[in-house]
Ligand binder design. Structure first.
Ligand code: DLL
Length: 433
């Protein structure tokens, strides 16, 4: 369902006029209220009046995560703290967290965007949403929650964890939409099986999964195991949280970016050059309606491409392809660049493997080594050792053939790899310790 027909199916020309007007207003506000942006403009001999077209956006320098850290915690806010009603933070694996703020109007904008997202993903007022994204500083739980209420659906704020109890709730309350990270969704399926319950007996129609990369193979696995249609939702705290982009359940081919609020660009991460539609690079966002924490040309580090082709759902908003990884997730193993998602794709091609894996990177005698731990089904694991070793060699050969990197593959029995209630930990890089 399209919740906001006006904006979501607007002809491009009209949409672009609104985007430009909103962009100019945002530039005026950050220039007047955020010392960091004013200084950037001055250093580049720019004033807000120089931004006359969408093309002029390219003249403004990028903002990077370190800029947010340098202004920790509230230095990038564009309104006085009196006007901030909500604070979230993303944990980050290194250094200080990134802190973001919202005015009352921002909270409302976010709820509207999330309501539109849930509708695009298949939800309606009549649905019961089992929201297993974590509630707290993470934007997943509360972001989905406010959107579900705005849509008029019934939301169960179950959060992550306490998995067995979640299964009971699913059985008793009959939720029809599941929202969770894709890895936690799989864990829910596994625990259900353990306690002798099948997702086939639940009432789920759609699952809205995101907050971490997941491959098409993993989608198939989730749809099969959870007996629902799985759509991908994308977002990041710095831009607003979830609700930046979502797949429509009709096509499930790329995520529509809510362009009436966010301007996307794709750049070459090494040179900063803006790339044409279709080319893969780093995603950059400019927010054009946020009050408390606007970002101008923020480099997300996420890798994807943009697709301007019209979609069967009728939305005119541009689509981003599934995120394949992050520039900072890239592993360099003996000089070969690989992304965990590429390895995931090779692993999931194999039969009888479970979508639970971990990549362990080490350095032995000054040489990088990559070990892939991969869970296999009970039946295969109880097979003869000889067969298991044969399998390990085949998978290692496939990784080498497809990705050019040597890996040691270790098949392990089900449930050996730790499960996460939020984002899965796919890589353990001992070289960094
Ligand atoms: O993960 C917001 C969110 C919550 C999105 C719930 C979707 C659902 P952060 O914790 O700030 O915010 O992490 C943002 O997570 O830059 C991506 O690297 C990754 N990410 C988010 N969604 C996807 C996705 C939330 N659908 C970072 N596919 C982003 C791949 C994703 N990666």
């Amino acid at each position: 369902m399209i919740l906001d027909i006006g904006f979501e199916t607007m002809p491009r020309e009209d949409l672009e006029a609104i985007i430009l007007r909103r962009l100019k207003a945002t530039i005026d506000r950050v220039y007047a209220n955020v010392a960091f942006y004013r200084k950037k403009f001055e250093e580049n001999n720019l004033t807000p009046n120089d931004i006359k077209s969408l093309e002029d956006l390219k003249r403004i320098p990028f903002t990077v995560k370190e800029d947010l850290r340098d202004n920790y915690p509230f230095g990038m806010f564009a309104v006085p703290m009196d006007n901030v009603v909500r604070i979230h933070a993303s944990s980050g694996t290194t250094g200080k967290p990134t802190v973001v703020g919202y005015t009352a109007r921002d909270v409302n904008t976010w709820a509207e965007l999330m309501a539109r997202s849930l509708a695009a993903g298949g939800a309606t007022r009549g649905d019961i949403i089992h929201n297993a994204y974590g509630y707290g500083l993470f934007t997943g739980g509360l972001g989905i929650h406010y959107g579900a209420e705005k849509l008029g659906a019934s939301v169960i704020p179950v959060s992550g964890g306490n998995t067995k109890r979640q299964i009971v709730i699913m059985k008793d309350f009959g939720p029809t939409i599941l929202t969770a990270t894709p890895s936690y969704a799989l864990h829910l399926a596994e625990v259900a099986e353990d306690v002798g319950v099948s997702f086939k007996d639940f009432k789920f129609k759609y699952g809205i999964f995101g907050a971490e990369p997941w491959s098409e193979n993993m989608r198939e696995e989730i749809e099969r195991k959870l007996n629902l249609v799985a759509v991908d939702i994308y977002g990041l705290s710095e831009v607003i949280g979830p609700g930046v982009a979502i797949e429509c359940h009709e096509a499930k081919q790329g995520l529509h970016i809510f362009e009436d609020h966010f301007i996307p660009e794709i750049i070459n991460p090494a040179t900063g050059e803006v790339l044409p539609y279709g080319e893969t690079g780093e995603l950059v966002f400019t927010t054009i309606t946020k009050e408390a924490f606007p970002v101008i040309r923020y480099r997300t580090r996420d890798i994807t491409s943009l697709n301007p082709e019209p979609c069967i759902c009728g939305r005119t908003h541009i689509r981003m392809n599934k995120v394949s990884g992050r520039t900072d997730d890239m592993l360099i193993i003996r000089g070969v660049n690989v992304f965990p998602s590429q390895i995931e794709s090779v692993l999931m091609e194999m039969e009888e493997v479970e979508p639970h894996y971990q990549l362990i990177v080490d350095r032995e005698d000054k040489l990088d080594t990559l070990t892939v731990l991969l869970e296999v089904g009970e039946r295969l694991f109880s097979d003869e050792v000889k067969h298991l070793q044969e399998r390990e060699r085949t998978i290692a050969k496939n990784i080498k053939d497809y990705l050019g990197v040597s890996a040691k593959v270790k098949l392990v029995e089900p449930k050996v790899i730790a499960r996460s209630e939020g984002k899965a930990v796919r890589v353990i890089d001992n070289r960094k310790l």
